[in-house]
Design a protein around this ligand. Structure first.
Ligand code: SIN
Length: 587
């Protein structure tokens, strides 16, 4: 008999970075225990799959704002597998040098101890330079130098600024063709046309494809340097002070973007209204002088309901309107749009490179677009939609190889694994009944890898299934079928090489994480295109890659993301990220 799980097995969590070096279908997993305050209020209310309301998703359409659920809660957190260098009491930290990130465990008491640890991790780093560790506040972008190691928190990323050219030859630059052209995507559009949404989505996709991309948002520069809460007349094209201040902000963002592009960046996304030819000329001349290619991405939105929804759902939550009465904020924002409307000029010109996006993907116009990256951007934008739906990720149930701690292979499910397959089918069926009762069709697209354990995990689900080889587990090459202990014993160099750079390490005659990302790209576009709910039954490494795209995690974190066994991760794409809930369906 297979029963549904009770309410306390339903977790609201953000999947964490794991200490676990295993990619494969190890049965150990951990979700850190949450502090009581981080438990979702009334988490027992979402105590059955059916109360996880699809209808809510439908109501949250069109650029709606979101915040990720970040609380976690687990009754299964004891199985954490620490990497060999972990010792009790040490903090997990990440050292970042340019785009290289390495995980380390710090237990020292002084900055000198920290330097020693850093040099152990980056032995190629020049020994004669003064190493400074910086903590960057993700909200404000402000830097703080570490003078006291007490300032370092668990999972802290420490930035070390230094231009050293260690292994650039070895490093993969992604798979985006041989040319090293620097590209600037200049966003264009009136306020509330979804520019920032589109800019961030493009950025996330490019970063995931291992192309260094970054958004430079002029509004954020304004908020940081002049302050949020400027009234609408600040944006009036006849207000000389406003014009001057806005130009300053635009140039500051442009300068930073260009400097970032000269220092290893590949695609800068310049996110501002850029609504006049004059402003675009300024940007384009500067970029051309710097030998960068400008491509405009204009978001044209004439659908009044989308604009209205965007104003209410995102602009009212913007720091610009914090503490302002909502009706006054809406009026002020409309006035702001009207100021821009007076001077707005659409992008034109036979030679101009542009992509015009009408009503977020309903129609696309493309002019003079060539090259791999711009073409990928067009293709990506063609598949964008705002239709809300959940995406579920799950590893297969426990397999025979899992039970023996062996990696890879094509073994069948154990009894525990089969139990999970039943629970999963019950959960999906209950979910479908619930949304049907709410008036939706309850269609779910089910994708599985081509491996037996994934196919078997989906076997009791009544919906049609599509088998995709792209979803197969990372290929462990000559290590397939071995335990991690056996690899350590027989091929210690391989184990060490993998530990030192898990993202790029390729198993002999097998794959690396970067290879997995590459083979998943078409599937990801299909996932973006699909409007139905999608259930993906796959494996630890492949799901880490998909999860890191959906959650916008930096690529270096990807191989360490913990995807627990027997847990269904629900991701609901929203305007600025994915809301996440995890349901533990079996032990
Ligand atoms: C802003 O300050 O919010 C944006 C300025 C602009 O892009 O016009």
């Amino acid at each position: 008999m297979h029963k549904s799980m009770s309410s306390n097995n339903i977790l609201t969590t953000q999947i964490t970075i794991d200490n676990n070096h295993n990619d494969h279908d190890e049965s150990n997993y951990s979700i850190p225990k949450s502090s009581p305050s981080s438990s979702p209020p009334g988490s027992n209310i979402i105590s059955s799959p059916s109360s996880n309301r699809y209808s809510n998703n439908f109501n949250n359409s069109n650029f709606s704002s979101s915040s990720s659920s970040s609380s976690s809660n687990s009754n299964n957190s004891n199985n954490n597998v620490h990497s060999p260098s972990y010792t009790p009491g040490s903090k997990e930290i990440f050292f970042r040098v340019k785009d290289r990130v390495k995980k380390a465990y710090f237990k020292g008491t002084t900055v000198e101890d920290l330097k020693l640890l850093f040099l152990q991790k980056f032995p190629e780093f020049p020994k004669d330079v003064d190493i400074q560790f910086l903590i960057i506040d993700k909200g404000t972008n402000k830097e703080q130098q570490v003078n006291d190691v007490c300032d370092i928190k668990e999972h802290q990323e420490l930035l070390i600024r230094h231009e050293y050219n260690e292994d650039t030859k070895k490093r993969s630059q992604g798979y985006t063709g041989l040319d090293k052209e620097k590209i600037v995507l200049v966003m264009v559009g009136l306020p509330a046309r979804g520019k920032t949404y589109v800019a961030r989505k493009i950025c996330r996709m490019l970063n995931w494809m291992l192309v260094p991309a970054k958004v430079f948002n002029v509004g954020e520069y304004r908020r940081l340097r002049i302050g949020a809460g400027q009234p609408h007349d600040f944006f009036d094209p006849h207000n000389p002070e406003g014009i001057k201040a806005r130009l300053h902000m635009a140039v500051a963002a442009l300068d930073d973007m260009i400097s970032w592009l000269h220092n290893g960046g590949r695609v800068g996304i310049y996110d501002a209204t850029n609504s006049t030819n004059e402003r675009r000329q300024l940007v384009e001349k500067r970029c051309t002088r710097e030998k960068m290619t400008v491509v405009y991405v204009e978001s044209i939105c004439n659908d009044a309901s989308v604009i209205e929804h965007n104003i209410k759902e995102t602009k009212l939550l913007s720091p610009d309107y914090q503490g302002v009465d909502p009706s006054k904020a809406v009026q002020d924002f409309r006035d702001r749009i009207n100021h821009y409307l007076k001077v707005y000029e659409t992008v034109e010109g036979e030679k101009t490179r542009y992509i015009k996006l009408y009503d977020v993907g309903k129609k696309i116009e493309v002019n003079n677009i060539t090259g791999y990256i711009p073409s990928r951007v067009v293709f990506f934008l063609m598949n964008l939609h705002l239709h809300p739906r959940p995406i579920w990720l799950t590893r297969h149930g426990e397999s025979e190889f899992n039970a023996q701690n062996r990696i890879g292979g094509d073994s069948d499910l154990t009894e525990r694994g089969d139990n999970y397959a039943h629970q999963l089918a019950v959960w999906i069926s209950e979910w479908c009944s619930k949304v049907r009762a709410d008036g939706y069709d309850g269609e779910v697209v089910v994708w599985t890898s081509s491996l037996k354990r994934a196919i078997r995990t989906a076997q009791y689900i009544s919906q049609p299934k599509v088998v995709m080889r792209a979803l197969d587990e990372i290929d462990a090459g000559i290590c397939d079928g071995m335990t991690y202990d056996e690899i350590q014993e027989k091929m210690p160099d391989e184990r060490a090489a993998r530990d030192s750079d898990k993202l790029q390490y390729r198993y002999p005659r097998g794959e690396s994480y970067e290879d997995v990302i590459q083979r998943l790209e078409p599937l990801l576009l299909e996932l973006e295109r699909t409007k139905s709910p999608v259930l993906i039954v796959s494996h630890q490494a492949t799901l880490r890659c998909l999860y890191s795209y959906l959650k916008g995690r930096v690529k270096e974190e990807c191989p360490f993301i913990n995807i627990p066994l027997h847990t269904l991760i629900q991701l609901s794409p929203k305007a600025y990220g994915c809301e996440e809930t995890a349901f533990k369906l079996a032990n």
